[in-house]
Design a protein around this ligand. Structure first.
Ligand SMILES: [Zn+2]
Length: 206
């Protein structure tokens, strides 16, 4: 079995009221990769959300296609050449608007605006609650001044122990935060630790 293919993993899909998001930059390496099939190596995504096909239009615009519940989802990768940073945008398969993030909900990838149309807004509220909880617990441990205290793309795994706190207490509190983060931003965790090749691979079955 090729590295990173976790067949039979369903445990992480149990959180039915939560969804995960992909940042446009996460797909940036696909601008220069050979066209073809790829698989995002994340145990937090369902099969349909992992497997993608990379193509290029005659206009030279690259796009990826996911097949989710037998519906094709096309997402264009659009570089903003006007900005010095060459920011990448990805298009929402539903409204076609250029976005920085798309969310993996049960039956689709959609932008934040479209979530309400395809998913109960209840889940959005529960996600916001989760974020608020994570921030609150982080601030209790590291204070408002810690540089990444509000940055949900960072995980707390390597953040230092406050001098005044006992190790055991610290570890308990930190593990609680880690547990919440793992439910919320698994894609972010992937981005931090990774090089491209660890998280995308050529789909060997194609
Ligand atoms: Zn949309």
């Amino acid at each position: 079995m090729p590295k990173g293919q976790h067949y039979g993993r369903t445990q992480t899909r149990a959180y039915t009221t939560e969804y995960y998001r992909i940042h446009a930059n996460f797909l940036k390496p696909l601008l220069t990769k050979p066209l073809g099939s790829y698989c995002i190596n994340s145990e937090f995504l369902a099969d349909g959300h992992k497997k993608l096909y990379l193509e290029e239009s005659n206009m030279g615009i690259r796009y990826v296609t996911f097949s989710i519940n037998d519906n094709l989802h096309q997402i264009a990768l659009k570089l903003d050449n006007r900005s010095a940073s060459n920011k990448l945008y990805i298009t929402c398969p539903y409204c076609q608007k250029q976005r920085q993030h798309l969310y993996a909900i049960k039956t689709a990838y959609v932008c934040r605006k479209c979530i309400g149309l395809h998913y109960p807004s209840q889940s959005e509220r529960s996600n916001e609650r989760l974020i608020r909880r994570i921030r609150k617990l982080r601030i209790q441990l590291w204070g408002y001044d810690w540089p990444d205290v509000n940055n949900m793309f960072k995980n707390v795994r390597y953040w230092p122990k406050p001098k005044w706190m006992r190790w055991k207490t610290f570890e308990q509190k930190r593990n609680k935060i880690t547990e919440l983060e793992n439910r919320y931003w698994p894609m972010a965790v992937v981005q931090i630790k990774t090089t491209f090749n660890e998280y995308f691979m050529t789909d060997s079955k194609k």
